[in-house]
Design a binder for this molecule. Structure first.
Ligand code: MLC
Ligand code: AMP
Length: 478
């Protein structure tokens, strides 16, 4: 497999100890491939398998096994709620869970990673031949959609990043990001398996974990902005990264203040890159180029970008005009599983993907992301959360008459999820019950951090909730 090229090359070179480290567990490239292949042979022919994607070496073995077997892997957040994982497993038609998981409600067989485990009695329905991963991502409304990610998109993405960052087998990558999203899994793990560099997963993206990885020789670090602001808040840990070759931030906007703090504590100018689950990473600053705070850089090789104004016309790249960013290239995924309507809505008639992000492009090609076109997509701690999904969960609670969920500016998380609720005439609601309900029904990071009870929601003449106004009010009141 092309995405595993570097890993397979390393595996041919026996004695390659410590290729993959996750917490206390360390595997050589050979051990990783041997463990994965022992399982791959038992799932070959299946359509898709679910994987409880906690931060463990077993998760990595499961992903590699699915890739080696040509079976679509469906990574699921280990803290997902019952409704969430039921949707993902049903929507993806996963035939089995691969590896251990703590769930007794999945209703499909489990295939153990143990080499003596039994084979999957798989069905014969294969319509996902060129799909390597199905990753679920939130939209403005409704349940998350499964993005069909082919191997070619991942290869194009990590090769483009290697070109921009001079990423080579000599690097040692460290990160502690979740293994059910593009950042931690495709870039952090599969990028390393493509390029053949050792990789350390710190289990959690803590300042101490990153400092420890640096002391063990890690040279390239990935994190979301929340991780970098937390690293800066612990200057000793931050200074431990001073010997690294590069620090990369992505998944959300890196505040300019954090950019400068990181630079002064580590002596390294952070690289910033921009992407989406649906497009992989498409834009990045270059190690040999301008690493300008507040800017995400230039399109990767093989990617084109353009801006479209509210009037539907394409805009000048003049550093001033703000428009919706559209991208085209090999990194773009194949669409949403079973959702031709949503796939078509996300594309222009001439084949460009509509990101939904507002951006400015300079005459020099530098891109600046200025926000989202929809208030209903929230980015909290680098996680994308659809307001509609959280609203639907809160609306299930007795006593809730109306609810609106917004993302309020937050110095740690970028945006903080807040819920504004109108209670039934006879009802009463406790803030903690709302938070716990969402944390139990959905992934924990989707929970509101604050809940406000109000008499009414601001609405326009047509009765639509004015979320932008609500968000401004909450931001002014903080
Ligand atoms: C708190 N907890 C609760 C709870 N309240 N548990 C249950 N019920 C409640 N009511 C507990 C949790 O169990 C957890 O415990 C702890 O609180 C912390 O949870 P958190 O507050 O959600 O985590 P936090 O520390 O704030 O996380 C920050 C973070 C995280 C930066 C580590 O947001 C993160 O990993 N972000 C990365 C997101 C990412 O990778 N995005 C990439 C998307 S791809 P315990 O026991 O676990 O501590 C993409 C494309 C691209 O965007 O461009 O990359
Ligand atoms: P996801 O669907 O989780 O992949 O999130 C993709 C979204 O994250 C994009 O549409 C952007 O809104 C946001 N994003 C990713 N990288 C950056 C960045 N460097 N700066 C600003 N926003 C970003």
């Amino acid at each position: 497999m092309d995405i595993l090229k570097g890993l397979l090359g390393r595996a041919g070179n026996h004695g390659d100890e410590g290729f993959l480290t996750v917490g206390e567990v360390s595997l050589s490239a050979t051990q990783l491939i041997e463990r994965a292949d022992a399982v791959a042979s038992r799932i070959r022919g299946a359509r898709a398998v679910g994987i409880c994607a906690n931060s463990s070496a077993d998760t990595v073995v499961s992903i590699v096994a699915a890739l080696r077997a040509g079976v679509a892997a469906v990574p699921i957040a280990a803290d997902s709620g019952p409704a969430e994982r039921a949707h993902v497993l049903c929507d993806s038609s996963a035939e089995a869970m691969l590896g251990d998981h703590p769930w007794d409600d999945v209703g499909i067989e489990s295939v153990s990673l143990d080499a003596t485990g039994s084979s999957l009695a798989h069905s014969t329905q294969h319509d996902l031949d060129d799909v390597a991963l199905i990753m679920y991502t939130s939209g403005t409304t409704g349940a998350p959609k499964g993005v069909l990610i082919p191997e070619r998109a991942m290869v194009a993405c990590v090769d483009g990043l290697a070109d921009a960052w001079q990423w080579t087998p000599e690097d040692h990558l460290a990160h502690g990001l979740p293994l059910f999203h593009v950042h931690g899994l495709v870039l952090g793990m599969l990028g390393s398996f493509r390029h053949g560099n050792p990789v350390t997963h710190t289990e959690r993206p803590t300042p101490e974990g990153y400092a420890h990885a640096a002391s063990k020789g890690a040279s390239l670090f990935f994190g979301v902005p929340t991780v970098w602001s937390r690293v800066c808040a612990e200057p000793t840990a931050a200074r431990a990264l001073a010997g690294a070759r590069a620090i990369v931030s992505g998944s959300a906007a890196l505040p300019v203040s954090v950019f400068h703090e990181l630079e002064s504590l580590t002596g390294l100018t952070p690289l910033e890159r921009y992407g989406m689950t649906e497009t992989m990473i498409t834009i990045s600053t270059r190690l040999d180029g301008d690493q300008r705070p507040g800017h995400v850089g230039l399109p990767l090789k093989g990617v084109e970008t353009r801006l479209r104004g509210d009037d539907g016309e394409l805009l000048e790249h003049d550093g001033v005009a703000i428009g919706t960013l559209e991208v085209r290239g090999t990194t773009v995924a194949s669409g949403y599983l079973g959702r031709p309507d949503a796939t078509a809505d996300a594309m222009t008639s001439d084949g460009w993907f509509i990101t939904g992000d507002s951006a400015v492009i300079g005459a020099d090609g530098m891109h600046r992301i200025v926000g989202r076109t929809s208030v209903d997509i929230i980015k909290s701690g680098g996680y994308k959360v659809g307001a509609g999904e959280v609203e639907a969960s809160i609306a299930e609670l007795p006593g809730v008459a109306e609810v609106a969920v917004v993302g309020v500016a937050d110095p740690d998380l970028g945006q903080r999820i807040e819920a504004v609720i109108v209670v039934d005439a006879q009802g009463s609601i406790k803030e903690a019950d709302v938070i716990d309900h969402v944390a139990n029904q959905l992934s924990i990071h989707k929970r509101p951090r604050r809940v406000h009870i109000v008499d009414e929601l601001p609405r326009n003449a047509l009765g639509k909730v004015q979320k932008a106004q609500l968000r401004s009010r909450l931001e002014e009141a903080q």
